[in-house]
Ligand binder design. Structure first.
Ligand code: ATP
Ligand code: MG
Length: 399
């Protein structure tokens, strides 16, 4: 798009719309176009690889929700959870559109967990969540329909839950490192729930982030404004330290649920002395589509998007100029179509260059009759602006 859509106020939304990554259906509801889907899939793949390394298994639960398990936990009530989308069966009866999945996974596990021998187990999914958010003005950072990775773990003891929770904390750090936001994403104390005083959020420092965190870098302590008070400071042993504040976006949130859902829903197991016990649970979320918005927002400059290589839809943006240049570009493209976005449109080079900058592809590769005289290509780094002439054989080896 040449013009910025008027009804989109967030920079991530504007840029992603203009560059053709997403399409807006309505406020907080976006389609992911081929390039946007590639970014989403890259983010998912990094998360998947790291979770699989710690023994988690992927599954997929439904969006349509039977109210029953939610009634057992008390969360089907609109007073309790105010962001439900609900719908009706034509034969009568209410269904919910899942805003999260603790209740259905707890209910489902009753079929598969009966003995201590079935534990521990950890399962996750990438799934569309529905939340009737009051405001949806942050582009894809806050959707009414959005993609979440949610992981749930099940244990016989609190120690085992604690051990797994610590592994997830480490895994999350690795994930955010690989996504290119490790140095600005911090594990932050946040409100807990009935069974634990705190949860941990992963907050990425971002001027347009909707949250505020207080931090002390010397002590490496980060606290969400929502729980920043004398009691927390005392609990964390940082009473009297200086704290600064910053805006941040919550990209992940992990909880020790303990018996919060297993008790009301009756998820139990038989221990090794034949006694019935309640299963310990943890849950661990990452906002996949929000992350795409955060990364877009974080690295963008005045020319457009700037993707870290790990999530970019393509590594190279290829342009051929002149007859020999275009011919060579065709050949290069055929060598590895997966990592190259080949701009073979009938447009002026200047227009192509501007689009490559708007789209934020990490490297722009230009082959022209002139660069070919020395068997070279001109390679421009999107993030740094650095331009260098590269030998074509070397370039081909790196494809
Ligand atoms: P928020 O405080 O931003 O409303 P939340 O604490 O209600 O989020 P969780 O239930 O913890 O959200 O969901 C797990 C993750 O899903 C969040 O850490 C966030 O990254 C992402 N997320 C939550 N709500 C949205 C939304 N409306 N759009 C996009 N991502 C979201
Ligand atoms: Mg949260």
């Amino acid at each position: 798009m040449r013009d910025t859509p008027k009804d989109e106020t967030a920079n991530n939304g504007k840029l992603l719309l203009r560059a053709g990554y997403i399409h807006k259906e309505m406020a907080g509801v976006y389609d992911y176009l081929p390039m946007g889907l590639r970014v989403i899939e890259n983010i998912k793949q990094i998360i998947r690889e790291e979770l699989n390394k710690i023994g988690c298994e992927e599954l997929s639960l439904t969006a349509l929700q039977n109210p029953e398990p939610w009634e057992k936990s008390g969360r089907f009530s609109d007073q309790e959870v105010d962001i439900w989308f609900k719908t009706e069966l034509s034969a009568g009866g209410v269904l919910g559109l899942a805003p999260t999945h603790e209740e259905p996974i707890t209910e489902l596990m009753k079929t598969y967990i009966s003995s201590y021998k079935d534990l521990p187990i950890a399962v996750y999914q990438f799934q569309t969540k529905f939340r009737n958010e009051l405001r949806a003005k942050s582009g894809i950072m806050r959707g009414r329909e959005f993609l979440m990775k949610d992981l749930y773990s099940f244990h016989t003891t609190e120690e085992d839950l604690d051990k797994f929770y610590a592994r997830v904390e480490q895994t999350y750090s690795k994930i955010f490192d690989r996504l290119g936001i490790g140095d600005c994403t911090f594990e932050t104390f946040a409100s807990g729930g009935i069974f634990s005083k705190y949860s941990h959020e992963f907050q990425t420092i971002l001027p347009v982030g909707e949250d505020t965190i207080y931090y002390n870098t010397n002590k490496s302590v980060y606290i969400n404004k929502e729980v920043y008070n004398d009691e927390v400071l005392k609990d964390l042993g940082v009473d009297g330290e200086e704290f600064e504040s910053a805006s941040a976006a919550e990209v992940g949130n992990i909880f020790k649920l303990k018996f919060k859902y297993s008790e009301p829903l009756g998820l139990k197991y038989i221990d090794d002395s034949n006694k019935q016990q309640t299963v310990y649970m943890g849950c661990y979320g990452i906002g996949v589509s929000r992350l795409m918005g955060v990364i877009a927002e974080k690295f963008a400059d005045e020319k457009g998007l700037v993707w870290p290589e790990s999530v970019a839809p393509y590594k190279y943006y290829l342009v051929g100029i002149g007859e020999a240049g275009s011919q060579k570009a065709e050949e290069l493209y055929a060598l590895n179509e997966k990592c190259i976005l080949f701009d073979d449109r009938d447009k002026r080079p200047g227009e192509k260059f501007a689009d490559s900058e708007l789209m934020g592809i990490p490297y722009r590769v230009v082959v022209s009759d002139k660069t070919l005289e020395k068997n070279q290509a001109e390679v421009t780094n999107r993030a740094t602006g650095e331009v260098k002439l590269m030998n074509l054989d070397e370039l081909i080896r790196g494809l």
